[in-house]
Design a protein around this ligand. Sequence first.
Ligand code: ATP
Length: 212
Amino acid sequence: MNNEQPKIPQATAKRLPLYYRFLKNLHASGKQRVSSAELSEAVKVDSATIRRDFSYFGALGKKGYGYNVNYLLSFFRKTLDQDEITEVALFGVGNLGTAFLNYNFSKNNNTKIVIAFDVDEEKIGKEVGGVPVYHLDEMETRLHEGIPVAILTVPAHVAQWITDRLVQKGIKGILNFTPARLNVPKHIRVHHIDLAVELQSLVYFLKNYPAE
Ligand code: ATP
């Protein structure tokens, strides 16, 4: 990580990849500047928030001119460490895990799944999406500090057990796709994505709060 970057509020940091992706497309189409209104329309974040976010990056848009696309892109690249790939380990090569392995994150992103673990003998020793699958028993020897992030796509009942082992190995972040709520020490970051809950919540909102 780049320690020279200014400290950015978490809510702003979460929007960075969104801005980054859109600006990359703009840049590819030859556009040199963009207004906060255009950005707002594209990324669905209100323009006052965008202006505030961008002020943290030292990008002060000019009235009638907008923001310089190149400046913003180079800032995002540095901040998101786009030049540096973060290696990721995946646990559970089931339906969801297999889909992630086949989906090449590094094409649009700065992350790459480099190793996978499972307990199913049918899957072990094979490659899925070019990523080798090892037995979970090998996790302690094969995981190293160059792999700071883990994705969990295992059955919920083994999620905490694997998490505890990951914590022992010094993992820094976990993207949890299981319905299990994970207990981790404070210095470890867990992001939880429960696809079933997200879908249910979308359907609930559609029914109860239809878009105007
Ligand atoms: P998905 O939920 O991804 O659609 P699935 O329905 O194919 O998966 P699950 O039973 O959820 O299968 O298991 C996901 C994967 O996790 C399987 O490949 C299974 O072999 C693997 N798995 C089960 N227990 C463990 C464990 N303790 N460690 C690692 N992998 C495991």
